[in-house]
Design a protein around this ligand. Structure first.
Ligand SMILES: CC(C)(COP(=O)(O)OP(=O)(O)OC[C@H]1O[C@@H](n2cnc3c(N)ncnc32)[C@H](O)[C@@H]1OP(=O)(O)O)[C@@H](O)C(=O)NCCC(=O)NCCS
Length: 181
């Protein structure tokens, strides 16, 4: 997997330690908005050391080829506006994309643009045949992204499944979408 993905308005840059403070500032300030659909965000605000540990782990996971986290930067002013990650979870030929965007950056198609390019980068990987996107059924904004990008509907889980356990996601109904090579 590449360490930088360039789109028309964005730069996706592999997460490293230098991103800790900027990520922490957004999450600490927006933990209630993010926590509605991302359970981990409910435990914020956190100190800088916590975010540094996250970024260090992201670097390690990339080296191990299991998880690929990218900060999303505006190419106009280099500001970090969100995070997107591709994660190997259930099957070695499958990778799952997850994302969040700063509340103030919503509504411009940035995440659709980032997800499109990351999906293409994932499908260029030799071992990957499927890209999955999952979201709570009531997370309409998240669900619009795979639909806009032409993903196919895969399944809806009403109870926590293997996939949800690995996702560390909230229980409850989730929809999953797939894009195949
Ligand atoms: C999910 C999330 C990333 C969606 O953000 P978003 O801004 O709606 O998504 P995009 O950046 O792709 O933008 C799409 C919106 O921009 C609009 N838009 C404007 N210009 C656009 C363009 N060039 N291309 C596509 N959409 C565009 C779309 O119409 C859409 O707005 P609408 O929902 O009012 O129709 C964001 O709400 C979020 O991070 N939420 C909290 C965390 C979360 O839920 N993460 C996902 C967990 S599964």
């Amino acid at each position: 997997m590449k360490t930088t993905v360039i789109t028309s308005r964005l730069e996706l840059e592999a997460v490293n330690l230098s991103h800790s403070q900027a990520l922490l500032d957004i999450i600490n300030e927006q933990h209630e908005y993010l926590g509605e659909f991302l359970p981990w965000a409910k435990s914020y605000p956190k100190p800088l050391e916590f975010q540094e540990a996250f970024c260090k782990k992201a670097e390690k996971d990339r080296l191990n080829q299991t998880d690929f986290h990218f900060v999303i930067k505006s190419s106009q002013n280099q500001e970090i506006i969100g995070l997107i990650g591709a994660h190997k979870r259930l099957f070695p030929y499958q990778i799952e994309i997850g994302y969040w965007l700063s509340q103030t950056a919503q509504g411009h198609g940035y995440m659709t643009e980032a997800t499109k390019s990351l999906t293409e980068a994932c499908l260029e990987m030799q071992d990957i045949r499927e890209v999955i996107i999952g979201h709570a059924v009531n997370n309409q904004k998240s669900g619009n992204i795979p639909v806009r990008l032409g993903f196919d509907f895969l399944e809806e889980n009403k109870i926590p499944s293997d996939r949800l356990t690995k996702l560390n996601a909230m229980s409850g109904a989730h929809k999953f979408w797939v894009k195949r090579k």
